[in-house]
Design a protein around this ligand. Structure first.
Ligand code: NAP
Length: 328
């Protein structure tokens, strides 16, 4: 089944997730939706020093928004901040050094952040695919700690901050790669089976979709969405998937193309992005979306997010509702 699922998914990806998929889909985009200025609105972009996150931060900066870059490496982050300021002319670019795989640090960061800043839009972009099983200082598997727990803690901590503002949004950069796996919450720390970084990543990205749906139901004042950026030529793909990167080569999307749906979800008129809680990527993938993850397993992802309390009672998993900006 995994082989079939992966083969169907790859064929779909070649059609839709590539540069040519973007170019054909973009014919239906409505340019006005992104031709906006957003001075006075504040956007937090995690992993904003590289790839899709940096392209997103740059586009927001060009439109006059205040940008909070949340990055783990001071040098890389300062370089990116300088570049964004120089090229956009926007001075309101702030830098926060936070390792998202460390939940206590993330929580403390938000405690400080909210004393000084407001926030309209959180963009959970940072992510990783670590191909060997590595543990953080807390003993958490690194992909899970970064992609799921980091996103969970940051978003949960920022919900009260976002709720105070006009038109608050949370966008999580998930991945179409999640479609190759059904949700499996029996082994969140990847201890029991042979470690496969790609499949752990796929699970994490599915967990983000579950969290998005549940947040949307629990916090109707905030618009939540998650999305697949397509297959994009970024340092992350080059490093973690060198074979895939070499095979796809020029067919990969540019970073700006990869940022397009994130931007649209962050900037488009409120009506255009409704309803809250959806995963944006494209058409249905036969055989993958048909069997929604059962509520119990979805609930276990939520409850498994130790050490933070479960703040939302068990809400049912509704299955994926798929939409797209022009059929990504
Ligand atoms: N590129 C694709 O084809 C593709 C497809 C589907 C989904 N995505 C998703 O898109 C998002 C962006 O990835 P990308 O392709 O643009 O790769 P990228 O260039 O490697 O960017 C990833 C960013 O996340 C940051 N990051 C990783 N772990 C972190 C941590 N523990 N704490 C703080 N920041 C951390 C990285 O920081 P450093 O620079 O310090 O490493 C980097 O800024 C990811 O969520 C990825 O899963 C990408």
């Amino acid at each position: 089944m995994l082989l079939y699922r992966s083969a169907v998914w790859f064929a779909k990806g070649l059609r839709e997730y590539t540069k040519s998929g973007y170019e054909s889909a973009s014919k239906d985009f409505i340019p006005d939706e992104l031709e906006v200025q957003v001075p006075g609105r504040a956007f937090m972009v995690t992993g904003g020093n590289s790839g899709i996150g940096k392209a997103t931060a740059f586009e927001i900066a060009k439109r006059g928004g205040t940008v909070h870059l949340v990055c783990r490496d001071q040098n890389r982050a300062e370089g990116a901040r300088g570049e964004i300021i120089r090229e956009s002319g926007n001075q309101n670019i702030f830098l926060h050094i936070v390792d998202l795989s460390d939940p206590k640090t993330v929580w403390k960061f938000v405690e400080n952040f909210k004393q000084e800043h407001t926030l309209n839009v959180l963009i959970n972009n940072a992510g990783c695919m670590v191909n060997k099983r590595e543990l953080t200082e807390d003993g958490l598997e690194k992909n899970f700690a970064t992609n799921t727990l980091g996103v969970y803690v940051l978003t949960t901590a920022l919900i009260p901050v976002l709720e105070k503002e006009h038109d608050p949004r949370v966008i999580t950069v998930s991945s179409g790669g999640m479609l190759v796996q059904k949700l499996n919450t029996d082994d969140l720390q990847s201890e029991r089976t042979a470690f496969d970084g790609t499949m752990v990543y796929a699970q994490n990205k599915r967990q983000q979709v579950v969290l998005t749906e549940r947040w949307a139901r629990a916090h109707p004042a905030i618009h939540f969405s998650c999305m697949h950026p397509g297959w994009v030529d970024t340092p992350g793909v080059r490093l973690s998937m060198p074979g895939f990167h070499a095979r796809l080569g020029a067919r990969l999307r540019s970073e700006a193309q990869g940022a397009d749906t994130v931007l649209w979800l962050a900037l488009a008129p409120t009506d255009a992005v409704q309803p809250s809680g959806r995963f944006f990527q494209g058409d249905f993938l036969p055989g993958c979306e048909g069997a929604p993850d059962p509520p119990l397993r979805a609930a276990r992802v939520w409850e498994g997010l130790f050490p933070f309390p479960v703040i939302v009672p068990g809400l049912p998993w509704q299955g994926g509702s798929f939409a797209c900006r022009g059929g990504l």
